[in-house]
Design a protein around this ligand. Sequence first.
Ligand SMILES: [Cu+2]
Length: 160
Amino acid sequence: MTRRRTTAAALIAAMGLALAACSGGTGAAPSSEPVEPSASTAPSASSGASETAAPSEGTTATALIGMVGTADDPDAYEIALTDESGAPVTTLPAGDYTLTFADRSAAHNFHLTGPGGVDVATDLAGVDESTVEITLEPGTYLFVCDPHVSSMSGQVEVTA
Ligand SMILES: [Cu+2]
């Protein structure tokens, strides 16, 4: 204990000496200070970058996920249409959507049908995590796993 405290005190004393040496050194090097104003121009450049990011968020298509199985068990008898955060959706406003499949199971598929001729599906076999563009019109859309319709189905109401 006493020994450690002594060592720490010695370190602090050494650091104090080092700091003193540093402060003495910076006084002799004022040329390093002009660097700071040019560094302050960087934040204004990044604020310009955030402005350009805003319009890309303003795209009209909203992201949806068509999921079969669960993250833990891709073969689970579960099917869901969710928003980007993974929360199931039961109603949606009409409009353009990007539907990304989360079909990680060779036992299931995700098949969405409804008004406007929407009829998109993944293959039963294999994995499909592709994205399709769909336009949803007012009405009822049905999503199913084709071989397991009785246990894997759901619907979403699209409103005007
Ligand atoms: Cu299935």
